[in-house]
Write a protein that binds this ligand. Structure first.
Ligand SMILES: Nc1ncnc2c1ncn2[C@@H]1O[C@H](COP(=O)(O)OP(=O)(O)O)[C@@H](O)[C@H]1O
Ligand SMILES: [Mg+2]
Length: 304
């Protein structure tokens, strides 16, 4: 059984395919490895995850309600109390309209990791992030075993520098970081050694010392159309785009993520746990865990 492996999808550039990758990766992992628990959450505020995974169209949209959502992860609620069983067997945590408010009081990139370290969930947790290295993205990077950075062009590749700098600043291992060329347009051809945008992006990446996942995701009009339809739904590539090359590409990426999770024995959350237990021996339990400045919620008190 794979235990608590965290995959964060991050890029400061919008429109590079983060949400498409995060949501479809969850579905492909579940389709390929039926018994693998897969949890998905997003700090993006577009509610794509909820639209894609919530079962039953008649429920009120969560964005207008006081139901628990991803923002509760920063108030000490454990992950298993927040997950909802979604379509395709994927567990998801409802997205939140309260993140902007929360952002003003949150300045610590370790809060999510400390919460997850107490949760002991099994399987793979996928985190989709905003096109911004904001405090929520930083929290998602800090707890990740694998960070996938979709890049679609030279500017998005240049932006990776900030994610690498975040890793260096926090003394996190760069081994977790992988670039993935996305929205690669096969119609574009170049003269010379790099024949197409995939070859060129990969060469740029390697030249800068960045590691890439094996493979890429093509730009496909069919995949683009899965977001826009009269039903107001977002359809997965697995069910509605099986004839595209993106189908095989996503399956290939999902297999890599799975095998890396199997092969990698160490877990980022284990490191967080061990540094927590060291620091807790020096602190009062009530003060130990959550440092949202407006609301000092103690993990110990919540447990009672
Ligand atoms: N492989 C693809 N081929 C064509 N269009 C895509 C592909 N992946 C994503 N898109 C489209 O690109 C746009 C941005 O994708 P999205 O996943 O929302 O990016 P991000 O989360 O990085 O902003 C969306 O309209 C989406 O439908
Ligand atoms: Mg997005």
């Amino acid at each position: 059984m794979i235990r608590n492996y965290v995959v964060t999808i991050s890029s400061e550039k919008g429109g590079v395919g983060k949400t498409t990758l995060a949501t479809n990766l969850a579905i492909y992992l579940k389709a390929l490895f039926e018994d693998l628990p897969v949890i998905l959450l997003s700090f993006d505020n577009h509610f794509s995850v909820d639209r894609m995974f919530r079962i039953g169209a008649k429920q009120p949209p969560r964005e207008y309600s006081n139901f628990p959502d991803v923002s509760n992860l920063f108030h000490g609620t454990l992950i298993d109390l927040l997950t909802e069983t979604g379509e395709y067997g994927v567990q998801f945590i409802p997205s939140s309209a309260k993140l902007n408010q929360l952002r003003r009081n949150l300045d610590d990139c370790t809060v999510l990791a400390e919460n997850l370290a107490h949760s002991h969930f099994n399987g793979i947790l996928i985190i989709d992030t905003r096109p911004d290295l904001d405090i929520f993205t930083e929290n998602a990077l800090f707890c990740a075993d694998r960070v996938i950075v979709p890049v679609k062009d030279a500017p998005s590749l240049e932006n990776c520098r900030n994610i690498y700098a975040f890793f260096d600043r926090h003394k996190l291992s760069r081994k977790s970081l992988r670039l993935l060329p996305c929205l690669v347009d096969a119609r574009i051809r170049f003269e010379g050694p790099f024949r197409d945008p995939y070859q060129l992006l990969k060469a740029y990446a390697i030249n800068r010392g960045y590691r890439c996942l094996d493979g890429y995701i093509s730009k496909s009009p069919k995949v683009e159309s899965l977001n826009t339809n009269p039903d107001g739904k977002i359809y997965p590539v697995l069910t509605h785009g099986k004839n595209t090359e993106v189908h095989a590409q996503l399956a290939h990426i999902a297999k890599q993520v799975y095998h890396d999770a199997v092969e990698e024995q160490s877990r980022r959350l284990d490191e967080v746990r061990s540094s927590q237990s060291k620091s807790q021996t020096q602190k009062q339990p009530e003060e130990a865990i959550f440092r949202v400045t407006s609301e000092r919620v103690s993990f110990g008190l919540l447990q009672k």
